[in-house]
Design a protein around this ligand. Sequence first.
Ligand SMILES: *[C@@H]1O[C@H](CO)[C@@H](O)[C@H](O)[C@H]1NC(C)=O
Ligand SMILES: *[C@@H]1O[C@H](CO)[C@@H](O)[C@H](O)[C@H]1NC(C)=O
Ligand SMILES: *[C@@H]1O[C@H](CO)[C@@H](O)[C@H](O)[C@H]1NC(C)=O
Ligand SMILES: *[C@@H]1O[C@H](CO)[C@@H](O)[C@H](O)[C@H]1NC(C)=O
Ligand SMILES: *[C@@H]1O[C@H](CO)[C@@H](O)[C@H](O)[C@H]1NC(C)=O
Ligand SMILES: *[C@@H]1O[C@H](CO)[C@@H](O)[C@H](O)[C@H]1NC(C)=O
Ligand SMILES: *[C@@H]1O[C@H](CO)[C@@H](O)[C@H](O)[C@H]1NC(C)=O
Ligand SMILES: *[C@@H]1O[C@H](CO)[C@@H](O)[C@H](O)[C@H]1NC(C)=O
Ligand SMILES: *[C@@H]1O[C@H](CO)[C@@H](O)[C@H](O)[C@H]1NC(C)=O
Ligand SMILES: *[C@@H]1O[C@H](CO)[C@@H](O)[C@H](O)[C@H]1NC(C)=O
Length: 794
Amino acid sequence: MDFGFCFRLAVLVFAMSTAHCASIPDGVLHMECHDRYFMIAVDLSFSKEEPRFEAVDETGVYPITEKYAAECGYSINVHPLPNHVELRASYLSCHTDNQADEVFTFNLNLIVTHEGKEVTHALNKTCSPSVPWSPREVTCELNYMEVSVRSEISCPSGLKKDDWDSIKPAHGSTTSDWQVMFQKADEQLPPLNLSEARTQGYTFSLTDGRLVFRTPYGQPDSFSTEVNGVPVEVVHATLFSRQSWVVLMVDLVAACSMDEGSYDDSGYMMWVTSEALYPSTHSTRLNIGLGGELVAQPVAEDKGYFVEKHNTTVQISIPYNVDGGYRKSFFSEDLFEFYVFHLYLEQILVDEDLVETRLRSHRTLSTPMLSRSPVTENQTVLEDRVFTVHLGDLPEDVLLAAVNLNGQDFMLPFMNTSSSIMMEVVHSNNSHGYTLKVPFDDPVVMHQLSKEDAVLQYSLDINYTLTVQPDNETFYHMAFIEATFTDVSPPAFDAVCSESGISFKLDHRPFDYMWVISIGSDPLTSELAAQNGYIMSNDSQSLLLEVPLFSHGYEYKEYTLNGFSGTFEILMQDHETAEVQSSTVKTCRFSSTEFILCSTDGKMTAVADVSLAMPSGGNPARTNLVDKYCGPKETDGTRALFSFPLNSCGSTVKLDRGSVTYQNEIFYKRRNVNKKNAVSDQATERVMIQCTYPLAGLHRLFSVYRFEADAVGAGSIIHTNGSTLAFQSSTIKPTKALTTTAATRRPFRAPVSYQPAFHPPARYIKVSRFNKPIRAATKDAERNSQVKVDVSKV
Ligand SMILES: *[C@@H]1O[C@H](CO)[C@@H](O)[C@H](O)[C@H]1NC(C)=O
Ligand SMILES: *[C@@H]1O[C@H](CO)[C@@H](O)[C@H](O)[C@H]1NC(C)=O
Ligand SMILES: *[C@@H]1O[C@H](CO)[C@@H](O)[C@H](O)[C@H]1NC(C)=O
Ligand SMILES: *[C@@H]1O[C@H](CO)[C@@H](O)[C@H](O)[C@H]1NC(C)=O
Ligand SMILES: *[C@@H]1O[C@H](CO)[C@@H](O)[C@H](O)[C@H]1NC(C)=O
Ligand SMILES: *[C@@H]1O[C@H](CO)[C@@H](O)[C@H](O)[C@H]1NC(C)=O
Ligand SMILES: *[C@@H]1O[C@H](CO)[C@@H](O)[C@H](O)[C@H]1NC(C)=O
Ligand SMILES: *[C@@H]1O[C@H](CO)[C@@H](O)[C@H](O)[C@H]1NC(C)=O
Ligand SMILES: *[C@@H]1O[C@H](CO)[C@@H](O)[C@H](O)[C@H]1NC(C)=O
Ligand SMILES: *[C@@H]1O[C@H](CO)[C@@H](O)[C@H](O)[C@H]1NC(C)=O
């Protein structure tokens, strides 16, 4: 196709103000050479208002308006993603300096506004095409179609108008000037001269080697059609001129796929074009890319693109998350996202004469609004007693700014002092989330206990404040979460009797903290356990409490020769009101050959082995206390049970620093009683029984009317080898004159002490220590008293 062509381009000359020079910060301006165009990108943040551009050449300065751009080969697009304005200028654009179709220089002014003033930056860029020009090249820009064809013949000269006149041209033209005739489907429109065509928005120009035709979309002479289902816009221009007897005609067809793209749920953005836009065999090659970068089809397919051909239709499928695509979140009643792709596609078509057509398409494709509702996931594990809520699947441009819990605002991160935590969790797929942890007992958590239904409910109303970046658009996401415990009842221990005490076991339940476990009125703590001689072990699973016999808190009853019963009670108090709501009470029978119990109401009860304190073959029933009228309540072959008020039956009382001891002795009653209180000759042993009470824990001694102690006394049964005389001499009789009370704390020393027992084979030694303030006589003295017990066999 060797058509010669001469062309005159009318240019408008604008008188423009001179450009100022001001420096542009680094990173704000990018100027690049692409295969067929200059790309000038300016960061949107650089200018208060959207930057403007002017094309500059030796004939003048031309503001690039929307209309002018489409006519002259410029395309200006604001890309909120990635937040820049991009000017693409075709190498064949009106004001580009073209040297032999090989070196192109574009001079332009960038006009930005700073503090209300316009600043003009003069810029220039020189580029050489990276690939040689094909015989026909078509660019489907966003705002125009441009076709250029090779023209190897230079303008014929010396031809005259009249020569043309003699030949009747097919289209009835009678002028030698170049005329253009548009064809719309089958309709032929009347020819126009080029200046008329220019005023209608069409541009024809001639470079060193190429004829260029450019048209905006939607011209009156364009027509839309479908090629195998692909919507296509076509402008068919035929240029002709009568040169002497030769009619020169150039057929220029601009045809572009107008497909707007479609999105399918599998995550692909699809765009279709046709191979049939220009004559071609089926050996079309494709180069595909985003943002102006092209790669060959196989490379693109490796990146996840799909290319399918049906008949002449080419379908490009772009994976939604492909490199080079843009994603943006958007809030409107719900959170949405969309993806934007600046597709650049090159089809290289070869016709039967092996003439190559390069068809380039710039298309901006965007997905519909895709729902991207934040998801809150309840990850609470009741047993942990912590609300765990994950706000997940948030796009990377959505950030958490604050959170409101049950009406209370919290800025993030939480204060160091808060027991709540907010953690960000980042996923590999560019989504992220936030995990919120709020302990049930945090003051912000609401709780409700319904005693009737035995249900305990915690609830947390969450109002997340989220922002969409970079616009900082704020929206809220709500979540309500609750945790319900059913069968909420005070804890109940399992109790088991053992030989030496009672073992209690409690399996922890998450809501058990609602009760305070106490012994008497003292909350059970490891300190209390240590003080009272309890053995406590507590882990996350269960609480084990072993209460040895005779330790603080027991009550004893039902004494017989075979033993006695001991009762231990554990109370469950409401942790707010301290009201006792339930208790675990365990009573066990304890048996022992010998034992002594000193009750709080002043009773001494002892089962003692008296076999050595009487003649062999003697009957324990014939034993008595110092007061011979005090006999045993029960006996068997070797043992006798005595139970009597402390200060009766001839007990002696000994006051020592801080304690009072009542002592009595078991004697064998001989048949002929000549010598009162005498021990049988055959008796080898004396058996003394005694109870010791700390004075501080006593409210009254028997010196008054009633004995009252906070805690049981420490009893001992003392078997000794000592002489009767020694014992007798060391006793003092209880006397009414003794009026010491615990409250006075007057140092009182017994005038004589008991003869110390050597090797006392005591079965039970109770060591008590209650040093208490004088107030000890009051009721709350009980709480602080402590009793230590050793159960030992000597
Ligand atoms: C092109 O721009 C550079 C600076 O970017 C400047 O030095 C040079 O003079 C300019 N050339 C023309 C012809 O304006
Ligand atoms: C082109 O055509 C218009 C109207 O037909 C006419 O007014 C104008 O003079 C013509 N221009 C040239 C350069 O022939
Ligand atoms: C190709 O196009 C022809 C005619 O347009 C049609 O009959 C045929 O079914 C098409 N084939 C495919 C695979 O689409
Ligand atoms: C809490 O604050 C203190 C001092 O400001 C700091 O040393 C500590 O690391 C903080 N702890 C946490 C968990 O942030
Ligand atoms: C991203 O990954 C997370 C965790 O693997 C998953 O829960 C989430 O659904 C994923 N999001 C998307 C959009 O694929
Ligand atoms: C969430 O918090 C915002 C800001 O405080 C408030 O405007 C909105 O009404 C709250 N949403 C609900 C459901 O309480
Ligand atoms: C975003 O909004 C928050 C509060 O609404 C404000 O403190 C912050 O400065 C804003 N950031 C930007 C970049 O606008
Ligand atoms: C959240 O999780 C807890 C514990 O698994 C459960 O009791 C509760 O019913 C769940 N749902 C809501 C809406 O809180
Ligand atoms: C036992 O441990 C649990 C948790 O490990 C704790 O909540 C409870 O207060 C502890 N109880 C006592 C009596 O120390
Ligand atoms: C009493 O003393 C004798 C001799 O010293 C000894 O054999 C006996 O075991 C002692 N009895 C007791 C109960 O200590």
